[in-house]
Design a protein around this ligand. Structure first.
Ligand code: MCA
Ligand code: AMP
Length: 481
């Protein structure tokens, strides 16, 4: 099956109904179907064929949605790229995915030919409103989404039509999403949270979506009051920002909202409690990964337990193993393994990494957790030293490698320091080369030019040596946080 068939309950059966509010205009599902048909024709005229990768480097905008639908209609593979990525991050993805095209709105920080979105839209306007026919199998890739997994090298998780379809069915039923809902979406569409949950829940249910270019703390209150969503998806940092709204505003928003879902990073139990008191709504926390989409969720009807990510979603099996690969007892900590129709088939053109990601058909999440006697799961950290800041993943090794390229740096270690709003912030500890000295302002400027903004270390601390164990391995836990 092609995901488009799943979306046809909206695109075709609700063609005349309002689908999307974007920048003050309202579009029907029929409008979106026609726009993406024309855009698919324009992409085909430029040579995009089934199985080709199409990389998209855009902030949230209606054309992002048009492109996603057009690429799926052609049976091509959608490769969204984080708009905050700079040259080295973008160049890596383009080299790896070998896309037929890179579509962007303006200048792009990479030496790669760009198809400007405005030009493409102008070409699309002259094309017939005719849906292309692509014979897609459910196991064919719908999207490659780049993630660093547990290793630090960014790899494209191959998400199939079936993976997304399974995830979509799960979240619609688990969170009781219907066409009566209204979703306000400020999550970036280039990650699984916004794309796999936000767009798919919308298109498969026929609800009404208001898409924001991005979540802005100063504007979100007005957006919520005006649109009156029943549904909101966010990362913990967004809920921290929502707590800054006036109590009366919060009460008003809470009166029309039916469900606030949170994920991508740990939701502090205290924030959940305070939000509940202020908005009159208990946040529903769930757990997912790029490679697996959603795995575990607190129940819609039933106890939404603070500090816990809840119960496995339908069709998903979860087991917890110790370091020796043996199942742990209830209440004991181990690594979570998952299995189900939501789990990706592997990484794009990385046979070895794909094999290493699975053990007996079970996907190793790299997340540590435990299960209670009544079946609720709690996450307790990660096997690797992944930092999650504002819901964006940061692999310390990637920043350390860049720092080590700097001529005055002999050694580098990046750690996550707790932060109330963002969860964690990256800090860099550096050892200078003999005879050299490190200027933090210069380091900051170079990192800012080379790395996505959320990866920028908030401090560059020069130390005489990094703490190491007898084997010479850096002991990050001994660095001040
Ligand atoms: C952040 N920045 C952005 C955006 N988000 N810039 C452009 N577009 C964006 N969408 C930059 C800002 O320029 C700024 O950089 C810095 O990030 C912090 O932004 P600020 O305005 O201070 O915002 P904030 O109040 O701290 O909130 C940040 C945020 C953002 C809105 C919560 O971090 C965000 O959108 N997070 C969502 C990430 C996400 O979707 N994760 C899902 C991954 P500067 O400091 O240079 O000025 S998928 C996943 O994890 C799995 C599957 C799952 O389970 O969901
Ligand atoms: P990503 O690679 O961007 O898909 O991020 C996936 C990772 O985000 C998971 O492996 C978890 O470590 C983390 N994550 C997602 N949801 C939660 C949650 N509710 N609580 C804690 N961590 C989470």
């Amino acid at each position: 099956m092609n995901l488009i068939q799943l979306f046809d309950v909206s695109l075709r059966l609700r063609a005349s109904q309002p689908a999307l509010d974007w920048k003050g205009d309202t579009y029907t599902f029929g409008d979106l179907d026609a726009r993406s048909n024309r855009l698919a024709q324009a992409l085909a005229a430029r040579g995009v064929r089934q199985g080709d990768r199409v990389a998209v480097y855009l902030a949230n905008r209606i054309e992002f949605i048009d492109l996603y639908l057009a690429v799926l209609k052609l049976g091509a593979i959608f490769v969204p790229v984080n708009i905050l990525y700079r040259e080295r991050e973008l160049a890596h993805i383009l080299t790896d995915a070998e896309p037929k095209a890179l579509i962007a709105a303006g200048d792009v920080p990479a030496a790669f030919p760009v198809w400007p979105i405005d030009t493409l839209m102008a070409e699309a306007a002259g094309m017939p409103d005719q849906r292309p026919v692509a014979a897609v199998d459910g196991d064919d890739a719908a999207s490659l989404i780049y993630t660093s997994g547990t290793t630090g090298v960014s790899k494209g998780a191959i998400l199939t039509h079936n993976n997304f379809a399974a995830n979509t069915a799960n979240i619609l039923t688990a969170w009781q999403i219907t066409s009566a809902d209204r979703l306000l979406l400020g999550l970036p569409l280039f990650h699984v949270h916004g794309l796999g949950n936000g767009l798919h829940a919308w298109l498969a249910s026929g609800l009404r979506l208001r898409l924001l270019e991005r979540f802005e703390a100063g504007r979100i209150g007005a957006e919520l009051l005006e649109f009156q969503p029943t549904l909101f998806f966010g990362v913990p940092t967004m809920y921290v920002r929502l707590m800054e709204l006036e109590p009366e505003t919060a009460r008003q928003i809470g009166r029309t909202a039916r469900l606030f879902v949170c994920g991508s990073a740990p939701l502090p139990a205290q924030l959940m409690q305070e939000f509940g008191e202020r908005f009159g709504s208990v946040i529903l926390e769930r757990y997912g990964m790029t490679e697996t989409l959603m795995n575990i969720s607190n129940p819609y009807a039933g106890e939404r337990r603070p500090g816990s990510v809840g119960l496995p979603l339908p069709g998903i099996s979860v087991k917890i193993l110790d370091a020796a690969g043996q199942p742990v007892a209830v209440g004991e900590t181990g690594e979570l393994f998952v299995k189900g129709p939501n789990v990706c088939s592997g990484y794009w053109r990385r046979e070895e990494a794909s094999q290493a990601a699975f053990s007996d058909g079970w996907f190793r999440t790299g997340d540590l957790g435990m299960k209670t006697a009544d079946g609720y799961y709690t996450l307790q950290g990660r096997r690797s030293d992944l930092i999650i800041s504002g819901g964006f993943n940061i692999y310390p090794r990637e920043i350390e490698e860049f720092l080590l390229e700097q001529p005055e740096v002999a050694e580098a270690a990046v750690v996550g320091v707790p932060d109330r709003a963002r969860g964690e912030l990256p800090y860099a500890y550096l050892v200078a080369r003999e005879g050299a000295s490190i200027d933090p302002a210069q380091m900051e400027a170079r990192c800012r030019a080379a790395l996505a903004s959320f990866k920028l270390p908030r401090a560059f601390v020069t130390v005489p040596a990094l703490p190491r164990n007898a084997l010479g391995k850096v002991q990050k836990h001994l660095l001040p946080r």
